[in-house]
Design a binder for this molecule. Structure first.
Ligand code: FEO
Ligand code: CA
Ligand code: CA
Ligand code: CA
Length: 667
């Protein structure tokens, strides 16, 4: 999601002042004991230093690309980067030809949606590891209205304005959600399979089931659904995951931005609304009363969940799994524990929010196929508490335990899950610098959390810098590596280290820390998504949001006017080493066109294809770019990537990257 202040704020309410004082005191005690230095500040761990004695070869042999910003995308020499599918391309049979000047909800419902974020690859046949034929599952997070729709006349009548507002909301509802497409590699080139029996569009009004402990709770009931078990659609699906049984998890992130209206201050739901920044002045009430909280106050409780889609059956009903908690979900990547229980790692991407994981009660059974889905309805949700000494604990969110009871207005486990943030506050979870993707590495057993940025730590009574979030003004973000105790993802304890503190290592005062082997192109800011390739190497996708200009312009204040500032770069993909004496070395592989963020990324099981999602080209801060005369609009966009045709706006697209002549990406 657009990485600006408005979207990432947490209300200045909790933790309480007393809790903040508590934390300060405990931190001081730890600092006095001198324990903080090794765990919090080391980018090269003691183990890595030992390994450094046997110097290793860099695993990434590609030639790095250069930082920069322009109208198109770039990949390392020796690789091809081809557009696979764009906003408006056909997904379902009967999809009309794309006509952005005359878009309709009916057309959009059959076409590839807007702002592709998560990308999952599910091999075909089902259960295989085929790297040349599979289903691509892609989230459509939100829309960039200025470059998506023609500018409307300001002098239009009120009736015309109202009609456009309604039509626009109806198109947007169909442009959100996700797509499932069948793809195949033939003669070295990937193509979308036309007329596929798997093709599917999931939108913000697709009928879905609500399952797990919160299903049927009074707060989940609406006029349209007195059972509290059925809901229309999913909203603002950012990252996600693919389960061990091959289904597609969509994480509902900033759903609160779509609701408008107001709730009475003395309404019993007011605290829950406040803690989730509800409502937030959305525009979709023009298309349906359920988005007006004055008319349907429980509707927002039916969003903010993890949604499971069975990509093998386009007629299956998606399921919202409430056992995984309600918050601004980013990713939902899963892995099996040693005993076969399923563990799902998740971030709550808002400043000072938390890191979560879910552990199922039951064990994965490969023979059961997609019926393993029930594992996501019975289990325990945990929230992370980090200590400055490099250890961490996963605290269970269980009704009736640790003050999560009637004394704190939790009537049931349903309420604990619906108000997971408030429950996590009470447990003393560690407020983080905006957790985005959290991904386990199946090769090494480590887990990586992308903390994208947080410029407000220590301000307005919010949490101070601590070991795991060591910077006050953290504009560039950092990456935390966690090692579960006993090598088991179900363990409730782990150790942690900071892998890199992002940002320009040459810029004074921002505290960036990289391996010195990192080149001037190898550092990055604002890690957001990540992927692990089949060899266990880590790849990072960035989303600097509007900071992409301001960060870098400050890097070189003497830059002559009219010239491209040095150090500046669009978002992209960086390979990041995690082992040996090169641990913490970044290397730039791909970058997006101006105004875009980098999403995906996803490897095929053979490591020979990397899918990346270029989200909102021509959007973020194009007008601040000295070489563009803004503002960026449908008529005058910051770029017309990928078509570069007059009259055609920029189109969010999935790009497929392969090595010329074949072979593993990066090797
Ligand atoms: Fe949608 Fe947290 O990025
Ligand atoms: Ca994201
Ligand atoms: Ca990921
Ligand atoms: Ca982001």
């Amino acid at each position: 999601m657009r990485d600006d202040d408005e979207y990432c704020d947490r209300p200045f309410a909790s933790p309480t002042f007393a809790e903040i004082v508590d934390r300060r005191l405990s931190r001081r005690a730890v600092l006095k004991g001198g324990l903080v230095a090794t765990a919090a500040l080391a980018t090269v761990s003691p183990m890595a230093l030992m390994a450094a004695e046997k110097a290793q070869q860099a695993p990434f042999s590609f030639k790095e690309i250069e930082r920069g910003v322009d109208e198109t995308h770039h990949v390392a020499d020796g690789y091809d980067a081809d557009v696979l599918i764009r906003w408006g391309d056909p997904v379902l049979p009967g999809a009309p030809a794309f006509d952005p000047s005359n878009q309709s909800a009916e057309a959009q419902a059959k076409q590839f949606g807007y702002n592709n974020d998560f990308v999952g690859y599910v091999p075909l046949p089902q259960g295989s590891k085929n790297g040349e034929h599979g289903l691509l599952c892609v989230n459509h997070e939100y829309v960039s209205a200025e470059v998506m729709f023609p500018t409307q006349p300001e002098d239009a009548s009120d009736a015309a304005k109202a009609a456009w507002k309604k039509k626009r909301a109806e198109i947007e509802i169909k442009a959100h959600g996700g797509s499932v497409i069948e793809i195949r590699k033939e003669g070295g080139a990937w193509k979308v399979v036309e007329g596929s029996k798997y093709a599917r569009r999931v939108t913000s009004d697709t009928p879905m089931t609500i399952a797990g402990p919160a299903a049927g709770h009074d707060w989940m009931k609406t006029k349209a659904d007195p059972t509290g078990t059925k809901v229309l659609g999913t909203i603002n699906n950012c990252a996600g995951g693919i389960t061990p049984w091959g289904t597609y998890l969509m994480a509902e992130e900033n759903y609160n931005k779509y609701f408008s209206g107001s709730l009475a201050d003395d309404d019993p739901r007011a605290v829950a609304y406040f803690r989730y920044s509800m409502p937030s002045g959305g525009t979709w009430a023009a298309a349906g009363d359920r988005f007006d909280v004055g008319k349907e106050p429980n509707e927002p409780f039916r969003f903010g969940w993890v949604v499971e889609v069975n990509p093998f059956d386009p007629h299956s009903t998606p399921v919202k799994h409430t056992a995984l908690g309600r918050f601004s979900h980013e990713g939902a990547e899963s892995i099996l524990g040693k005993d076969g229980r399923v563990v799902v790692y998740m971030g709550d991407d808002t400043r000072f929010e938390y890191l979560y994981k879910y552990v199922s009660d039951g064990r994965y059974d490969p023979k059961k196929g997609v019926a393993n889905s029930a594992l996501l309805d019975k289990g325990t949700l945990y929230v992370a508490k980090f200590s400055d000494d490099g250890t961490m604990t996963w605290l269970p969110l269980l009704h009736g335990k640790a003050r999560l009871d009637a004394s704190n207005d939790f009537d049931s486990q349903a309420r604990v899950l619906i108000e997971a943030r408030r429950a996590a506050d009470l447990l003393g979870a560690t407020p983080m610098d905006r957790p985005e993707d959290v991904e386990p590495n199946p090769v090494t057993g480590k887990v990586y959390a992308m903390l994208t940025n947080n410029s407000q730590r220590g301000q307005n009574g919010m949490a101070q810098a601590d070991g795991v979030n060591p910077r006050g003004e953290n504009t560039a973000g950092h990456i935390v590596e966690m090692t579960p105790d006993g090598g088991d993802h179900t363990a409730t304890t782990a150790r942690w280290e900071i892998l890199v503190r992002c940002g320009d290592p040459k810029r004074d005062g921002i505290g960036a820390v990289w391996n010195p082997a990192t080149s001037e192109n190898g550092w990055f800011s604002a890690p957001d998504n990540c992927a692990v390739d089949p060899d266990g190497n880590l790849w990072i996708a960035t989303d600097q949001g509007d900071n992409w200009t301001s960060n870098s312009l400050k890097t070189d204040p003497d830059q002559p006017k009219g010239e491209i500032p040095k150090g500046i770069s669009a978002d992209g993909i960086w390979a990041l080493e995690t082992q040996g004496n090169r641990r913490g070395t970044g290397k730039m592989f791909y970058r997006v066109p101006i105004g875009a963020e980098m999403c995906g990324p996803r490897f095929t099981p053979d490591g020979q294809t990397l899918f990346v999602a270029v989200q909102h080209p021509g959007d973020d801060s194009c007008d601040k770019w000295p070489l563009f005369k803004g503002p960026s609009t449908f008529e005058n966009p910051g770029t017309r990537w990928p078509d570069f045709k007059e009259g055609m706006p920029p189109r969010p697209s999935v790009v497929v990257i392969t090595k010329k002549g074949g072979g593993r990406i990066g090797a």
